[in-house]
Design a protein around this ligand. Structure first.
Ligand code: DHK
Length: 149
């Protein structure tokens, strides 16, 4: 059984491709999922890919990843980045590496997007690489946990 990386996506990312495409691009969440599966597979890992518009559901999934001893967790917290102590607290319980991903460069955008609660629990933060950031994060976790190349 391959080890599993959880890839969690926060609110409004279900609308990728049609939501402000001049900012977030034309790729859909299904495209992101495909990219994650292909990249994980290349490293001998499995991807558990999910999206929710609900904070508590994301907290539940983080606890599930911990209980199931996931190899790592990638999260694009989207709008919860700057508000969610609950998601931060859940991530702080993870022993496996956590990487925070944002499609856009949040530091080039409005001031309020720049202060992330989540970064305090993240081994790395990738932002501004578009959806490729997810693939980079999976590759980084594979290296961190010594998965096969
Ligand atoms: C996605 C969102 O939905 C925003 O709330 C964040 C992030 C940025 C992204 O770039 O992926 O501010």
């Amino acid at each position: 059984m391959p080890k599993t990386i959880y890839v969690l996506n926060g609110p409004n990312l279900n609308l990728l491709g049609s939501r402000e495409p001049e900012i977030y691009g034309r790729a859909t969440l299904a495209d992101v999922e495909k990219l994650c599966r292909t990249t994980a597979d290349r490293h001998g890992l499995a991807a558990e890919f999910r999206q929710s518009n609900h904070e508590g559901e994301i907290v539940d999934w983080i606890q599930q990843a911990r209980a199931e001893k996931a190899a790592g967790l990638i999260i694009n917290p989207a709008g919860y980045t700057t508000t969610s102590v609950a998601i931060l607290d859940a991530l702080l319980t993870m022993e496996a590496p956590v990487i925070e991903v944002h499609i856009t460069n949040i530091h080039r955008r409005e001031q309020f997007r720049r202060r992330s609660y989540i970064s305090q629990a993240a081994r790395a933060v990738i932002c501004g690489c578009g959806i490729d950031g997810y693939a980079l994060a999976i590759t980084a976790i594979a290296a961190m946990v010594g998965a096969k190349d």
